[in-house]
Design a protein. Sequence first.
Length: 240
Amino acid sequence: MSATDPPRRSRGRHRYWRRVAITTLILSTMQQGCTARKGPVSDHFDGSRFHNRATGSDYSLWQEIKIGWELRTKTKNWPARFETPPYQAPAEPLLQGIRVLWIGHSTTLIQTPHLNIITDPILFDSIGPSVFGISTVTNPGVLFESLPTIDLVLISHNHYDHLDFRSLHALVDRQRTAPPRILVGRGVGPLLMSEGLSSYADWSGTSPSRSGTQKCIFSKPSTRPGGESGTRTTHCGGHS
């Protein structure tokens, strides 16, 4: 080691605090999920902030930081990267019943004879803002170009690993003449508008699509507090 090189301990300390700063910044942006634009008051929304109706306390900010740090630095039994062989989405039309194809994490392609739905699309190898983006451990299991025309996109909540603007833009750009309808929970719509994504519905109600009218119910607020108590499901059905 030359005289001009900084001591190893100093370099390690700098890396440590740089990781702390990045993790804190990412978690501070995640905390924005507790709030939304002004809207009608309900039993789980006071007009600007959501809360869980289920019993149990939410995580404190310190607990969120601790969990985020552990997730970002864990190495035991967790590979840095592995490749998943990507497959073609089924090309043959579905004549009856329902077909479900898991793509990765919460991304699922759901097909009926008249409707193609994709949930929480993560279709690339990284999530989050371009500056502080996080690389995924593996790639999506389906080739993007093989996806069928999508009618509906269901977004469960606005965390980076579920609401990915790059993936949404890619889906919309490939269907410029008939973009998919994006269904999100209350308060998430303005985020889509700020990204130039206008074909969305941000309430629990009916939404038109290429194959008819869809009725969707979000069982928990999709702009989520830090707590994970209770269940969260989305149910959709359609009629022409």
